[in-house]
Design a protein around this ligand. Structure first.
Ligand code: MN
Length: 184
């Protein structure tokens, strides 16, 4: 876990940024997820899934869509500490990721296959139990074409929660923080 957080720590100056340096407890039999809405140089949604004591993280520029036809680009970024799940605040100017961060959604996730095998194979199927994020989703790793960061796609899988984009946009209709809502 220490090693997994090395890139995270190397990018940040914890004397200046309010982000956590370390820590956070693993879920007891439950795996946590969080999506942070981050107004950095460009607005994006940071999607994080707890696995093996760390938060696997992807930056999703457009955020999730409940439309099974939408394939949302999800660029893999450095693993984050589990304590990051509670972080809301403003990363100061000139610091890495400068800008405001809110907890857009959080809850638990349930792998539908062996999560380590799925992650390694680049095909991670799971169910989300959040305030906004529900039902079945998949992350699919793409072929890298010279990009520095590994691109994946976040896609809604068919189930009773799926809805056409013309009828529902979760990011537009549910824009705010869930930090004040009870934890799921
Ligand atoms: Mn971010």
């Amino acid at each position: 876990m220490e090693d997994a957080l090395k890139p995270y720590k190397a990018k940040r100056n914890f004397a200046i940024t309010p982000e956590p340096a370390d820590g956070g407890e693993e879920g007891a039999g439950v795996l946590s997820f969080v999506i942070q809405k981050h107004w950095a140089s460009r607005l994006h949604y940071d999607f994080r899934l707890e696995l093996d004591g760390t938060m696997k993280s992807w930056a999703v520029p457009k955020g999730p869509s409940y439309d099974t036809h939408d394939k949302r680009m999800a660029v893999q970024v450095e693993d984050h500490p589990i304590s990051y799940n509670r972080f809301e605040g403003t990363i100061p100017e000139k610091q890495y990721g400068a800008g405001k961060v809110i907890i857009w959604d959080r809850g638990s996730w349930q792998p539908l296959d062996d999560p380590r095998r799925g992650y390694a194979a680049g095909n991670l199927k799971f169910e989300l139990h959040g305030h906004k994020m529900r039902g079945k989703w998949v992350l699919v790793r793409m072929k890298r074409r010279g990009e520095k960061q590994q691109p994946w796609l976040l896609i809604k899988e068919k189930d009773d929660y799926a809805r056409p984009a013309a009828e529902f946009s979760v990011v537009d209709e549910m824009p705010d923080s869930v930090a004040s809502l009870p934890e799921l």
